[in-house]
Design a protein around this ligand. Structure first.
Ligand code: ASP
Length: 439
């Protein structure tokens, strides 16, 4: 059994939390490959090491030295090394790193040093080898190369039964460091899991998994014990953020499950994210509810639209020309709607889009509604149970909310409803009540 464990920033925040990490790793001999984030926040107003490193890069660009931000970085690592009493010459490591940052003078290199230093310290604490992600995660054209990266990682780890690998970065063929987008250590962990053919990818964070609903809207929502990759994709796309969205791909292809675990409550079960082959129906109709505000819906109506060949293409060409991406496209016989994130419609694009559609297809009506919130009700169970949508819409009607739009995914995995922004919280609460409290 091989487990790959990724520990996030709060798990790496200081010496005490790193000791917890050591306990967790050593508590299970199958936890063999450890991927770490840079130290994150120790308390609400604290600053993450990665943010200090972004500041360091700015200071370097302006003054030619790493200045105050890097002084703070060094101080945090010094304190950590002292707390842990590890046999590492931290001063030498920090000054060599500072010199390299100045020499490289490259933002990706600078911001990757948080994971690099944290990895060095964690390897010393666990007494196992450190494998630099620079030699193990391959980037091509700014993105991690799929298969080639897994091969390179596997080669770097060959002959090593255990190792620590820093998250968040890799390098291109020339050895130039690149980083993932923020939170990218999740992706690094998934690459390691894939490369070593792990049985499980454990992602250790500061929450005990996914909740069925946003806890800022519903008090104490139930935790999702397990969900499929597809359900996760739907929920995280709609704002349920625990994992970096790209971290699913390497492990999903290889049917490796992910388990979200809480470093601060290691006995909590967490949430399992399972490939289709391992997924078992939980008995719940709905797995989770997620949503986001601030969408616009363009409603287009034209008699006999269904017979007009190329109608949708003409509309989509207008979007393409204006560089606007759309989220959903529910349609009826003579109607079609496009749901677009309002952020896409700045600087006159809104007007150009409506005008462009008018010119392209001469519709009977084209109208744009704004301030629409989307709520995704997600669950494989919905396709198994009759009457789910009736229950959903009755629940929404009971609280007097008008539904502006409905879109049901073709896989029957989700139903998306659009309501006015101001009704968002009320609707989420009502849907949660219906599917989680009444069952
Ligand atoms: N340290 C990086 C960040 O703050 C990457 C990570 O933690 O996953 O975004």
């Amino acid at each position: 059994m091989i487990k790959v464990c990724k520990f996030g920033g709060t798990s790496m925040a200081d010496g005490m939390t790193m000791r917890r990490v050591k306990e967790i790793v050593e508590g299970d001999s199958s936890r063999r490959y450890i991927v770490v984030s840079a130290p994150g926040k120790r308390f609400g107003a604290d600053v993450k090491i990665t943010d200090l490193l972004f500041e360091t890069h700015k200071t370097l660009a302006q003054t030619g030295t790493c200045g105050e931000p890097f002084r703070r970085v060094k101080e945090r690592f010094r304190v950590i090394a002292r707390e842990l009493e590890i046999g590492i010459d931290i001063e030498a490591l920090l000054s060599a790193t500072e010199e390299e940052i100045v020499r490289e003078n490259n933002v990706a290199f600078t911001v990757s040093r948080g994971e690099y230093l944290a990895g060095k310290i964690m390897a010393a604490l666990l007494g196992i080898p450190f494998v630099d992600a620079k030699d193990a995660v391959l980037f091509e054209k700014g993105k991690a190369a799929g298969l080639k990266s897994y091969v390179r990682m596997a080669e770097s780890l060959r002959g090593l039964p255990r190792a620590v690998i820093p998250g968040f970065y890799g390098a291109d063929e020339e050895g130039k460091v690149s980083v993932f987008s923020r939170g990218g250590s999740d992706v690094s962990g998934a690459i390691v899991a894939r490369a070593v053919g792990a049985d499980l990818y454990e992602n250790w964070t500061d929450v005990s998994g996914f909740l069925a609903c946003d806890p800022r809207i519903v008090d104490d929502p139930v935790r999702i014990r397990s969900l499929s990759y597809k359900e996760l994709r739907e929920l995280s796309y709609m704002g349920a953020n625990v994992l970096h969205s790209e971290s699913i791909f390497p492990v999903r292809e290889a049917d490796i499950p992910i388990r979200i675990k809480n470093t601060f409550r290691p006995d909590d079960e967490g949430t399992d994210i399972l490939p289709a082959s391992k997924y078992r129906f939980s008995g719940r109709v709905v797995t989770g509810i997620a949503g986001k505000k601030n969408f616009a819906v363009i409603f287009i109506e034209k008699s006999l639209m269904n017979t007009e060949i190329g109608f949708a293409r003409k509309i989509l060409t207008v979007l393409e020309r204006l560089g606007v991406s759309f989220e959903h496209m529910p349609s009826g016989i003579d109607t079609m709607s496009l749901v677009i994130d309002e952020a896409e419609l700045k600087d006159g694009v809104r007007e150009q889009l409506v005008e462009g559609i008018r010119e392209a297809v001469a519709p009977d009506t084209v109208r744009l509604f704004e301030n629409v919130a989307l709520i995704a009700v997600v669950g494989h169970g919905m396709s198994r149970s009759v009457g789910t949508s009736a229950r959903l819409f009755e629940a929404i009607a009971r609280v007097g909310v008008n539904v502006r739009m409905i879109d049901q995914g073709s896989s029957e995995l989700n139903i998306i409803v659009g309501v006015d922004n101001e009704n968002y919280e009320r609707t989420v609460k009502a849907v949660y009540e219906e599917f989680f409290k009444r069952e």
